[in-house]
Ligand binder design. Structure first.
Ligand code: ATP
Length: 191
């Protein structure tokens, strides 16, 4: 599959945890298809604002899980606020930015659609459509697992949301089931 990247604007990655968003972007950086500074990741910004790299959600009693969720939501709120300022600035400077977060909830996606419209830059989305069983297998194998319950919840949200994404107003939507045969064609000027 060939993916046409705009000269400037926003590339929104969309997909549950373990769908391979960060892995794809890392591979593109290694192949020098994109610059490290072109990737804005929610995981990185959570660390920047809170020093916390990872919360282990597995096997927690409900009250402990609820308290962790409260902490995580506060951290995420600050992280996304910082991220959005950086993305906004990059759009104003006509830079291209890959946003690495799940973007499963419509409000999260709408924020970037508005941001792109406000700055008069294109926005495209890359939707990582990976089967739930595969997401769960990858979770067991990764260093910082998100936990089965969370993956299943995210997958249900994704399944419900994916039909709406095409109509939300992106310049293009690429739905990816595997990342092996992707080819990126980057526009070299704004037209
Ligand atoms: P998160 O939203 O939790 O950050 P993510 O969608 O960015 O997740 P990655 O961090 O890229 O996912 O990958 C999560 C795990 O899945 C890693 O252990 C990674 O090695 C594995 N993984 C990613 N892509 C693939 C793939 N195409 N095939 C097999 N394993 C993969």
């Amino acid at each position: 599959m060939q993916i046409v990247l705009p000269y400037a604007g926003i590339v929104l990655l969309i997909g549950p945890s373990n769908s391979g968003k960060s892995t794809l972007l890392k591979r593109m950086i290694e192949k020098r298809e994109i610059l490290p500074s072109e990737v804005i990741s929610s995981d990185d910004f959570r660390v920047l604002v809170s020093d916390i790299e990872f919360i282990d959600w597995r096997d927690r009693p409900k009250d402990e899980a609820d308290s962790l969720l409260g902490d995580y939501q506060s951290i995420s709120k600050e992280a996304f606020s910082m991220m959005d300022s950086v993305i906004d600035a990059r759009c104003r400077l006509n830079k291209l930015t890959f946003v690495d977060a799940t973007h499963l909830h419509p409000d999260d996606r709408k924020r970037y659609l508005s941001l792109a419209r406000k700055n008069n830059v294109p926005i495209i989305s890359i939707v990582m459509d990976i089967h739930e069983d595969e997401l769960l297998i990858r979770d067991e194998q990764r260093d910082n697992p998100r936990g089965k319950r969370r993956i299943r919840q995210q997958y249900q949200t994704f399944k419900k949301e994916k039909r709406f994404i095409k109509k939300e107003g992106y310049m293009s939507v690429y739905t990816i089931k595997e990342t092996d045969n992707l080819e990126f064609n980057r526009r070299s000027n704004p037209i």
